[in-house]
Design a protein around this ligand. Structure first.
Ligand SMILES: [Fe+2]
Ligand SMILES: [Fe+2]
Length: 483
């Protein structure tokens, strides 16, 4: 094992980046640390800060066995700085500098662009912790409560990861950006988080599971694109973050899956054949499938906005510069420069949605979004529709069209239904509640959010998981609530 892989847990900040040999950086991080703890206490999970939670902590960056499980109080969690190992002889995989040795220092000409990419990614990490802060008090089980907190501490670690890059490589303005990451607040009027979806509320557990399925998946795509970066420290950071991100999406995919499982079982027991018989299904104390569909429509469309405009010079510049690549760039078989290539993109032309070939460089946001949609689509089929089908119901959850309910880009100026049919403003207003959760839908979901805190027990609306975390038995006490 090389020094770059072994994690040093001796100091205040666990790391595998040789922090002890860099006193200036260590001081900078140590002076940022108290502010981060204050932020966590103030804007992190509400309550539970003194409870023991069964969490995993990364102890190495090897693909296998990097986590150690144990009880820890959240403020004592060891937020470390962990980079995936260096790849010997790594070169810049795309753009104008393709084939040159990967940068170990910030390339001067791209400094501002690189800093912006890191800040935007970094801003999403604490944002989601803030969005999820009140959920602890309505957790459907101790198992789910623990998963929420695991996601939260790892998002805070991702914040550390980005702050490390800012402080090590960007001097004074990096330190200022690091402070600003603690200053902005999700949903704040004056100082909101940078991206729209990260200022939305996550009011209940269905929203949390949808968020981790859809919005954390955007995180996965962005991290993949940044993991290809020619700036090697960013690439290595993102590669390790991706291993944690997988768990966040598992939480969403299995969370919604367990809700579907419970709903289908309850419908069968009650002899309900039609999943659209909403009132009867709700009377069983479970979430009806049409409400799940509307929540999907909401979270999917909010997340699509994170991919930005259809035509983007910023995306083209970041690619040309070798800073942000495509999803799985190193597995794509083309010239990785894209100077003469085109990419098909949906546009609005004379009141109709049509496909158009764009210069591939300008269409990079769309390519990433398409890869995202395909990834989400296969998850919906594999994890959710299969459960409905196996239970014998003729009902299918569907991702809405990319033109549906958009606030950024081409389709922000029109209304469309989930099939992509354009609607007049009047029709949209009249039919909105068919497509998106109504106040009554949200009130129903809210009514189900009663906490269940006895080990091994679950709320009426969600099935237990197939297996415990770290192979623990069903009645394991994932969070110790007694002081
Ligand atoms: Fe993250
Ligand atoms: Fe995440």
């Amino acid at each position: 094992m090389s020094d770059a892989i072994a994690v040093d847990y001796d100091g205040l900040i666990p790391n595998n980046v040789g922090l002890n040999a860099d006193p200036r950086l260590r001081r900078a991080l140590e002076s940022w640390h108290p502010g981060c703890i204050d932020w966590w206490k103030e804007r992190g999970p509400e309550g539970f800060q003194q409870n023991l939670v069964y969490l995993r902590t990364a102890v190495s960056v090897e693909p296998e066995g990097w986590a150690r499980f144990g009880y820890v109080k959240m403020p004592d969690y060891r937020w470390g700085i962990l980079l995936a190992p260096t790849v010997d002889g790594r070169t810049i995989p795309f753009g104008a500098h393709k084939g040159e040795p990967a940068w170990q220092e910030v390339p001067g000409e791209y400094r501002a662009m690189l800093r912006r990419l890191i800040v935007v990614q970094g801003d999403t990490e604490p944002a989601s912790v803030e969005q999820q802060r009140i959920l602890g008090r309505t957790a459907p089980s101790l198992y789910d409560l623990r998963n929420l907190f695991q996601v939260n501490v790892e998002e805070a670690r991702h914040l550390w990861a980005m702050v490390y890059l800012l402080q090590k490589y960007f001097g004074r303005d990096g330190r200022e950006e690091a402070e600003d990451l603690l200053r902005r607040r999700s949903g704040d009027q004056d100082s909101p988080r940078l991206l729209g979806a990260f200022n939305e509320a996550t009011p209940d557990w269905l929203a949390f599971f949808m968020f981790t399925f859809f919005t954390d998946r955007d995180g996965k795509m962005q991290l993949h694109a940044l993991a290809q970066s020619g700036f090697d420290p960013l690439s290595r950071t993102c590669r390790f973050m991706l291993t944690e991100e997988a768990h966040h999406m598992f939480v969403g995919q299995s969370g919604v899956g367990r809700i579907i499982e419970r709903t289908c079982a309850a419908m069968r027991e009650a002899g309900i054949a039609d999943p659209s018989d909403i009132e009867r299904v709700r009377a069983l104390g479970v979430v009806d499938l049409p409400t799940l569909q509307k929540r999907m429509n909401l979270h999917f469309s909010l997340t699509l906005d994170l991919f930005g405009n259809e035509v983007s010079t910023n995306a083209a510049n970041a690619f040309n510069a070798g800073l942000k690549g495509r999803y799985l760039e190193d597995q794509i078989d083309d010239d990785h420069r894209l100077v003469d290539a085109t990419y098909p993109v949906l546009r609005l032309r004379d009141g109709a949605i049509v496909g158009e070939a764009l210069p591939a460089l300008s269409g990079l946001n769309m390519r990433l979004r398409d890869d995202y949609v395909a990834d989400a689509q296969s998850g919906v089929e594999r994890w959710w529709n299969r459960i409905i089908q196996r239970a014998g119901f003729d009902y299918r959850l569907k991702l809405p069209h990319v033109a549906f309910h958009r606030h950024i880009g081409e389709f922000a100026r029109v209304h469309a239904d989930p099939d992509g049919k354009l609607l007049s403003a009047d029709d949209w207003r009249r039919r909105r509640d068919e497509f998106l959760p109504s106040a009554a839908d949200d009130a129903f979901v809210a009514s189900l959010m009663q906490p269940v805190t006895e080990p091994g027990r679950f709320a009426s609306w969600i099935a237990p998981p197939r297996a415990g975390i770290d192979n623990k038995p069903g009645d394991f006490e994932y969070v110790k609530l007694a002081e």
